[in-house]
Design a protein around this ligand. Sequence first.
Ligand code: ZN
Length: 79
Amino acid sequence: MTCKEAFQEISKYLDGELAEDFKHILEEHLCKCAHCKVVFDTTHKVIELYCDGKLFPMPDLVRTRLHEALRRKYREKAL
Ligand SMILES: [Zn+2]
């Protein structure tokens, strides 16, 4: 998995659309790639903050902002 692919999977994760198989592939990449790990951890924290561990849909505005922040982060790295 490339960082670009990882980014796409993290985006899906944000939307709660990431399939179990891909979670494992993503986790594997995160073990090897510090950059994606930081992005994922940040995303994860924000999701937990909003969901409080329950299955609340994230407010659209929050999700949109997260997606934008992710895209910016990956662009900075010129991937
Ligand atoms: Zn990566």
